[in-house]
Structure formats: C-alpha cells, structure tokens
Design a protein around this ligand. Structure first.
Ligand code: ADE
Length: 259
C-alpha cells in the first residue's frame, strides 16, 4: 500500500519508523512518503494560512498551497484522500478495514481552524475524499489523528501482524464477538503479588475457556460501553449470554427483544 502524508510537521511521523509499521515499511508492504506542505508555498515566509472569511478566531489553510501540493503528490493517479478533522465522519474499525483495501491513501493534515473547504470540493470530482474524525475531542492538528489511522490500517495489511488471528479477535472486528469489547488477559506467573490467574484459564478445557472469555467480554462491555451492550443483536446471543445479561441487570432495548 502506498501512503502519502502532507503536513507542515513531517517530523511528527518519526514513530512510523518503529515497531510493526516500521518493519512493514522495511519489507515494502507499506510505502510511506512524507511531504512538507511549505514546499508549495511561494512567498518568502512560506505562508500556508490566512484569516477566515466571515471573521472569527484562528487561521484557515490556503487553498492554492494545498491544491499544488495535492496535484503534485497525486500526479498520475487517484489516491483516496483522507482529511483528518474533528468535524469528519467517525473513524472506527469498519473504516479501518475499508481503508486497508485501498492501494493508495493520501492524508492531508490541517492545522489551525482547518483547510479551505474548496480544496475538498475540488478533489471530490477526481478522487474519493473523506473527512475523518478519530474522536470527540479537538487535537492541535491532524498529525496525531493520521498516526492513529495509519497504525490501525497498517496492522490489517496482510503479513503485518505476526499472528493473523490477532486481528480477527480484535474488539470491534466483524465476527462472533461483534459489539463486545475484549475481556482481560493474563500471562505467567500464575500468582503475582497475591493476585491469581482465573483457574479456568489453567484448566486446558477449551470450551470452558471460550465461555469464560465471552462472559468476561460481556461483563466488560456492560460496565465500560453500555451503549454497545444496548445495541447487541439478540440473534447473536445464546441462552447463557441472556442469563448473564439478566444477572448484570442489563436489559436489551425493548424493540430488540420484541422480534
Ligand atoms: N484534528 C483535530 N482534532 C481531530 C480529531 N478529533 N480527529 C481528526 N482530526 C483532528
């Protein structure tokens, strides 16, 4: 997969040299190219922003600079353009899976109050453009959001994770544990500072281990993510699941139970 990132702080992306993503780059699975936006600013100060039309605080990134940058980086092709912004569509595991299918992504990192909206309008006729938010909080710029997205997408590429099952078992991955977060995990030693590993995990009984893991996933989902628990599809729940939810005094939405 080819990944281009345009930013006024390309040095923000040093973490992409290490760990899983760094190895994927060394192997050529991921071809990451960083670009300094200011290279396409032509005045002596390399200005990339200006005051907003209509007034208001902050600065807006100039369309001419972004236009030249994207024209150059995307020359000869049409990458999917991703623009991180707190007003974008939510980034989730489903979008990560979708982006992992793309051959070429171009991330345009805005700073200040964002990029002049005509830039997104201009490229929408030539390539797929998505404005994407990684969560309901405001960062100082899109760079950290792009790091988050690149890591989430990169680990889904074939051969990036050592164990392909890891991605299948993820919280939020499509499949049997859909809409449940993962439960707790343990490794050796069996007792640490008086805390014991749950006995069932040492039993070697695969059926009981799987049941226990599912129970713990349900408990944690109810405790930490009640909105996910409320949206559980009754079709995906067995009798044991329902009984546990009952014990946890958690009722499914009445309209779900009705059918
Ligand atoms: N830029 C600033 N805040 C952001 C967020 N929450 N998601 C994506 N890009 C951003």
């Amino acid at each position: 997969m080819r990944l281009d990132i345009i930013s006024i702080f390309p040095e923000y992306f040093a973490p992409l040299d290490v760990s899983l993503i760094g190895k994927a780059r060394e192997r050529g699975t991921l071809d990451v190219r960083l670009h300094q936006l200011r290279e396409w600013a032509h005045d002596v100060h390399k200005t990339v922003d200006d005051t907003p039309y209509g007034g208001g605080p902050g600065m807006v990134m100039k369309p001419e600079v972004w236009g030249e940058a994207i024209d150059t980086v995307a020359e000869g092709g049409s990458p999917r353009l991703i623009v991180p912004t707190p007003s974008g569509r939510p980034f989730d595991q489903e979008l990560a899976q979708e982006l992992a299918q793309e051959p070429w992504l171009l991330f345009a990192c805005g700073r200040y109050e964002g990029i002049d909206s005509r830039v997104m309008a201009e490229y929408s006729s030539r390539m797929r453009v998505d404005e994407v938010s990684i969560g309901d909080y405001v960062l100082a710029g899109g760079e950290v959001a792009v790091l988050v997205m690149v890591e989430a997408v990169g680990r889904l590429l074939p051969g990036v994770l050592g164990n392909a099952q890891s991605a299948v078992d993820d919280s939020f991955a499509p499949g049997s544990m859909q809409n449940l977060v993962e439960g707790p995990v343990y490794t050796k030693p069996p007792v640490w500072r008086g805390h014991e590993v749950p006995a069932v995990l040492l039993s070697g009984h695969h059926g009981k281990v799987a049941r226990w893991r599912r129970d713990e996933a349900i408990r944690r989902t109810v405790r930490n993510r009640p909105e996910l628990a409320a949206a559980l599809d009754p079709e995906t729940l067995d009798k044991h699941d329902r009984k546990l939810l009952e014990e946890l005094a958690f009722r499914l939405q009445p309209e779900d139970v009705a059918n």
